[in-house]
Design a protein around this ligand. Sequence first.
Ligand SMILES: [Zn+2]
Length: 412
Amino acid sequence: MENKTTTFGKMRIGEEKPENPGPGVWLIPGFGNTGMVETEEGLVLVDMPVLPYLGRTMTELRKISQAPVNTVFLTHGHWDHACYLDHLFQEAENNGAAEPKIIGQRNILKRFKKYKMLAKYLDDINRDQFNVPEGELAFPLPERNPDIVFDQSISLTVGGIDFHAFHELGETDDALWVWVPEKKTVFSGDLVMYSFPNVGNPFKVQRYTLEWAQGLENIVAREPEILIPGHGPVIKGTQRIRDLLLNIAGAMRYLHDEVIRRLNQGQSYEEIVNGVKLPEHFFNDKFMVPRYGHPTFVVHGILRQYTGWYDGNPSNLFPPPRNEVAKEVISLATKEAMLDRIRELKGQGREAVALQLADMALATQLATEEEKELRLLKSGMLKNLGHNADSFIAKSIYYRGEEAEKKTAETL
Ligand SMILES: [Zn+2]
C-alpha cells in the first residue's frame, strides 16, 4: 500500500493530517473520512475509505494505535465509505486477534446487491460523475457485507464506552450516524459533508430532503461538542455544530417548501427548476458551498420525489425521436446560417442555447468539415461551462463531454 498524496479522477486529496479533537477521538482523512474511538477493548472505526486512499488511512491509523480493530460502523454503502474491509480481517488474522464486527443499517444489503447487478452501468456513470480517466478504477465493488444489521437503532458497549447508531434517511436509504455520549461526539457520515447536500444527484436514484433535515435536527438534539463529518474537517463546539446543522436543514426545508408551493400553484417542472432560488444567507458557510451537491440538483430531487415524468404538454407524451425533430428544424435553415448563429450565441456567452442548436445540427447529415467544426465548437462551449460550474459533479460532466467531442472530432 502506498502512502502519498493521490488522485481519484480529478479530485486531489491527501495533504490533510489526522485530527484528534478529543481524548481518544480521531478523524483520519481519506477520500471519505474514517472516524476512530480508542477503547480498552480495541478500536471502533466509522467507515473505511476507497483505494487508493486506503493505504494512507491505514498507515496513519497504525501510527496512532496498534490496538486491534474491534468494530466498524458503516455510515452507508457508498464506495467511498464501505468497500474495502478485507484488509482488516487479514490484519486480525496475521496478529492472531479476533475478527472485527462490521455494523450497518439493513438496507445496505440491498444496496450491495444492486451494485453487483449494475456494476458496468455504475462504473460508466461514476466515470462521468468523478471524471475518472479510462483504465482507472471508477466503481469499486464492496468486498463484504456487514455481520450485524439493524433497522432503526443499535447500541453496544466496547471497552466500557457506549456507542449508539441511529438510522436516518439522508443521502441514502441505508444511512446511519453514531453517537458516543461519553465523548460528546457524533460521527455523521454524509449527513454532513464538505459541500451543499447532495440531494438530486444527476446520476442517482431518489435521495431524501425532509428526512435529511430531520436527521440533522436529531443530531443537534444530542448537543454534541465534536462532529466528525463524512467528508471535510472536524466541526467543534456545540453552538457551531448547532448553527451549521440547522442551516443545512433550513436550506433543505426552504427548497422543499418552495417546490411544494409552486407545484400547488400549477407551475411546470421547468418553471420550478428555473424559479426556485435559495436565499444568499444560506451559503455563508464553507460547508454550504455547492462544490459537490447543488441547490438546483436538490430541486430536481424534490420534483422527482413527488411528480411523474410527464411534463404536462401532450406533445411530449409519445414524442418522436429528438433527431427527427432536429432534422425538420434544420431543413428550414442553411447549414452556414446555423453555424454562424451557433458561433454568435457562443460569443454572447449563451452556450446553453448554442448547445441545443449544435445538437440539432449534429443530428443531421453534415459534411465532414462541418461536423468537425461543430464538434470542436461544442467541445469549447462545454469547456467554458465546466470552468464556470461550481459543483464538482457538473464540472466533471462538462469536462467529460468536452473530451468526448474533441476525440470524435479528431477521428473525422
Ligand atoms: Zn461520501
